[in-house]
Design a protein around this ligand. Structure first.
Ligand code: EPZ
Length: 440
């Protein structure tokens, strides 16, 4: 197993390149199944989740060729004839549940494992199922699997309002509705940039979708869709992560350049919050320059759906607040228990207390290097950020969580002045886990 070893207090300088978006790549791959023939997707990040999902597509009968060096993926969906996604695969990655919409949309039926829980609590899919029924699907549960059938082999279409707004539900229902016999309307739909970019690919395939970026999507079903060549968007959460890293670990007054970025995808709430910390930044067409302040101001945030503050950046923001000159709080309104990084940060001498769905953070913490445990994707990157500003050495264990969503993070940070290296370790060697309660 791999860990990252970080020698803290070396300033971040130079350039950090942003990779293609994980949370857009996955729906793009599912969308390619809707058309017979070969689709080509570019700017696809080389990530564990992309590899896992490629396997899910192959099981369904597609051929998937991924040239990771060129970030180019070719998906030939002509042979899709096995409309099933097994528990073994779905348990590895929740987004495999997009196969429900993709297989109903392509084959008129699907057998897809229900995703289990995750590190930070229940993540139900009730809206996905109710939405499919609203579009005309017959839904049955069979030993942990959702069995969905479109009467007559094709959905009729329908109207569905989701409460709360959900990225995954919106994407799954778009996958199912674009080839329905009739029209569909999705109300309180997600407005996240991932949904908009995905919708644009479907439109290029011949889908009729109105309202992308708004909370109401009108979808007119079509008989067939065509394969496509599509360029994936840059990762907005990686961009936000790098901007936070530069604000807290950059040399005050010296710009850190973040390239291959799409600043428009960040949303106003994040931009406003970062500006209030005293951090200066320039939002270019495809780059962002960030200048760390002498002192960070403490800025509390409340997460929300787009364009609100992304829940996927709250863990990183918590670490920034440990370095600010005063106390502040982080409230997560999307996931009420997404604070698994807090006990690990406390091992690094952070003073942060979780109360319900919020954490109160004391500023001006002199963090100390320690051995800490990753629990999920964004929690793990927050520990890397903490290690960058801590005194001494930090060992971040189980970085397979990180590899799910950050491409070559240690390589990018090392090229930007951070003392970081990847090492293999034996998880069961007694010395590694001292002070940690291992999972039962
Ligand atoms: C997507 O997850 C992202 N994942 C998540 O990023 C992100 O945190 C989340 O959107 C919110 O922005 C991917 O894109 C692969 P939701 P998703 O459905 O689609 C509730 C990362 O770090 N809900 O928008 O699963 C749900 O419990 C990942 O990259 C229901 O109640 O999120 C939550 O409170 C982690 N019933 C809220 O909606 C449902 O059927 C929003 O969830 C579905 C969702």
């Amino acid at each position: 197993m791999d860990k990252l070893v970080i020698q803290g207090r070396h300033p971040l300088r130079g350039t950090l390149p942003v990779s293609g978006s994980k949370n857009t790549a996955l729906p793009l791959m599912a969308g390619a199944l809707l058309a017979e023939g070969k689709s080509t997707l570019d700017n696809i990040p080389n990530l564990r989740d992309v590899t896992t999902f490629s396997h899910v597509l192959r099981i369904a009968g597609a051929s998937v060729n991924f040239n990771s060096a060129e970030h180019r993926m070719e998906i030939d969906a002509s042979g899709v004839d096995y409309p099933e996604a097994s528990y073994d695969l779905v348990k590895k990655m929740r987004a495999s549940f997009y196969m429900l919409g993709a297989l109903i949309g392509r084959c008129g039926r699907a057998r897809v494992s229900l995703p289990g829980g995750c590190a930070w609590g229940p993540r139900p899919v009730d809206l996905h199922l109710k939405g499919m029924e609203a579009l005309g699907a017959k839904i049955e549960l069979d030993q942990g699997y959702v069995v969905a059938t479109a009467p007559g082999g094709r959905l009729d279409g329908g109207v569905f309002e989701m409460q709360p707004s959900s990225v995954g539900t919106t994407i799954n229902l778009m996958l199912a509705a674009v080839t329905a016999r009739g029209s569909s309307r999705l109300e309180n739909a997600a407005r996240e940039p991932d949904v908009v970019v995905f919708g644009r690919m479907l439109q290029q395939m011949g889908a009729r979708i109105e309202g992308l970026g708004s909370d109401t999507l009108e979808i007119e079903g079509v008989d067939t869709l065509n394969p496509v060549e599509f360029y994936n968007a840059p990762d907005r959460i990686e961009l936000g992560t790098f901007m936070i890293a530069a604000a807290m670990a950059g040399e005050p007054g010296e710009p850190v350049h973040i390239s291959n970025a799409d600043p428009d995808s960040l949303g106003d709430a994040f931009i406003d919050a970062l500006a209030k910390t005293g951090t200066q930044f320039t939002l270019g067409a495809d780059y962002v320059d960030v200048i760390a302040p002498e002192e960070l101001q403490p800025v509390s945030i409340v997460t929300g759906v787009y364009p609100g503050f992304p829940t996927d950046l709250q863990a990183q923001w918590t670490v920034l607040l440990t370095q600010a000159n005063g106390n502040a709080r982080v409230v997560d309104t999307i996931y009420y228990d997404r604070f698994k990084h807090i006990p690990e940060l406390r091992r690094m001498a952070a003073n942060a207390i979780v109360i319900g769905n919020e954490v109160v953070v004391e500023g001006q913490n002199r963090l100390q290097g320690a051995t800490v445990m990753s629990t999920d994707l964004r929690a793990s990157v927050s520990l890397v950020l903490a290690g960058m500003v801590a005194e001494g050495e930090t060992h971040v264990l189980r970085v397979y969580h990180l590899d799910r969503g950050y491409e070559n993070l240690d390589g990018k940070l090392a090229a930007a002045g951070i003392q970081i290296r990847r090492e293999e370790y034996d998880e069961f060697a007694d010395s590694v886990l001292e002070g940690h309660m291992t999972e039962a």
